[in-house]
Ligand binder design. Structure first.
Ligand SMILES: [Zn+2]
Length: 454
């Protein structure tokens, strides 16, 4: 036992305090006891108690110190929690800020676009810039597959289109639901060379442009506008990247198997009806009377190119005496509009349109290579041995695109400068390229013959 009242222990205590005893943090209570014993010349197993000057055990003091420490630690924990919460709040504010900036940027892009449209009525040379909306970086594109791939700005732009057309307000769509639905749509497009989310974006953006350019909101109901936009967004959902899927052909009895599949995915896209704007929250399952459902299905099925002749012929019969009060007329026009948007890449500036031809050919060649490997017949337009970019495009522009857009032009003359004229220019450009290709082939053939005859 250590008694601080004896002279010896007092002197030892003074000695200790004069030299400031420092213990390592790794010292155990046992070590400390032993050090005390050694310092005081006591046997190591001596029972040591610390008493203050009044003879009270130091224990009370130690307990108080422990309590103080505990309080201090609690304050530190609280501080850490408050700091973490502040950091989280700052992050949220930052994210919200970024979103606001994104939306503002889209708004200013669209404003700029409208101003350009107004000022370019008489300048056909520059008309095609109209379709560079949201794709300012396209100027940097080379004729390869380098179409911008980041989904977020595209999703935000689609979101903005729904807001701008008044669909969110008129159909009381929760903005968060709209965002979640569009992100779901994005995730349900596969990473194909052509039939991917970027294609979905381009088709929808073209639809939005046509709605604005042709003042369709003055002629159509808002339900029609919702159908046009939503069908464009969903029209190629879960496209497998090839068009000869036996599984889907069996499932849909050979009737537009891919397009039926896109429709089915559109309505299955989320198990939660709140994530799908096509389904009102009060309706647990899609039904025929759900606003937009039947119309959306009709439009997605109309994108089957096997039905191109049938749909265009039907429209040609109606266009000269078009009646906006006739539901059949309006439905037919909507079908033609989504068809136009679906195959509208050639309306865009050459530096935007040409990479898409590469993407489409890449997808076709992947299919035809696989078919050749399996010994199956190959469609000539998919065969890498037979197709060149000019041969692929000339026929398509001359016999599919121009006739269809010129028919639509009868109802909307304003599309001539910004859509039909660029198609004519694109046709002329590819015809020139074909002439160059033919001349090159002739020269190559001449050289080969000359070499053989030497
Ligand atoms: Zn498509």
């Amino acid at each position: 036992m250590f008694d601080n009242k004896t002279g010896c222990s007092v002197s030892r205590l003074i000695f200790c305090s004069a030299h400031r005893v420092v213990f390592s943090r790794f010292c155990s209570p046992c070590d400390i006891k032993e050090l005390f014993c050694t310092a005081l010349g006591l046997p190591r197993n001596t029972n040591v108690s610390l008493l203050d000057s009044t003879g009270e055990l130091f224990q009370n003091v130690l307990t108080q110190v422990a309590e103080q420490f505990s309080r201090a630690f609690k304050i530190n924990e609280l501080k850490t929690e408050v700091t973490n919460r502040l950091a989280m709040l700052e992050k949220r504010v930052e994210l919200e800020g970024m979103r606001v900036v994104e939306i503002e940027k889209c708004r200013s892009d669209i404003k700029k676009l409208r101003e350009e449209m107004a000022s370019r009525n008489n300048r056909s040379q520059n008309n095609r810039k109209h379709f560079s909306l949201f794709l300012e970086d396209n100027k940097k594109l080379t004729p390869r597959r380098d179409v911008p791939s980041t989904p977020r700005p595209h999703v935000s732009c689609l979101e903005h289109m729904y807001h701008d057309l008044g669909l969110v307000k008129d159909f009381n769509i929760n903005p968060i639901t709209l965002k979640r639905w569009l992100l779901c749509i994005h995730d349900n497009y596969r990473n194909n060379p052509f039939h991917n989310f970027r294609h979905c974006f381009c088709v929808t953006q073209m639809m939005y442009s046509m709605i604005c350019l042709c003042s369709l909101q003055e002629k159509f109901t808002q339900v029609d506008i919702l159908i046009l936009m939503t069908a464009a967004v969903c029209h190629d959902l879960d496209h497998p990247g090839y068009n000869n899927t036996t599984e889907l052909a069996v499932r849909y009895n050979d009737i537009s198997p891919l397009e039926n599949h896109h429709c089915a995915v559109a309505f299955q896209i989320s198990p939660s009806p709140t994530a799908n704007i096509l389904l009102p929250t009060s309706t647990p399952r899609p039904s025929a009377d759900t606003p937009g459902r039947a119309g959306t299905i009709t439009l997605i099925l109309a994108t089957d190119m096997a039905r191109h002749g049938e749909i265009l012929d039907s429209f040609k019969q109606k266009v000269d005496c078009f009646d906006y009060t006739d539901e059949e007329h309006v439905t037919c026009l909507k079908m033609v509009l989504i068809k136009c948007c679906d195959i509208s890449n050639e309306v865009r500036p050459m530096e935007v349109a040409e990479p898409w031809v590469d993407c489409l050919l890449e997808e076709y060649f992947m299919q035809s290579d696989r078919e050749k490997a399996e010994g199956l017949p190959v469609a000539p337009f998919m065969d890498r041995e037979k197709v060149t970019k000019p041969t692929a495009q000339i026929g398509f522009i001359k016999f599919v695109l121009i006739p269809m857009f010129e028919t639509v032009m009868k109802l909307f003359p304003q599309i001539e400068e910004v859509m039909v004229q660029p198609l004519r220019e694109s046709r002329d450009r590819y015809e020139e390229l074909k002439q160059i290709d033919d001349a090159m082939n002739e020269v190559r053939g001449f050289c080969t013959n000359a070499c053989m005859s030497v």
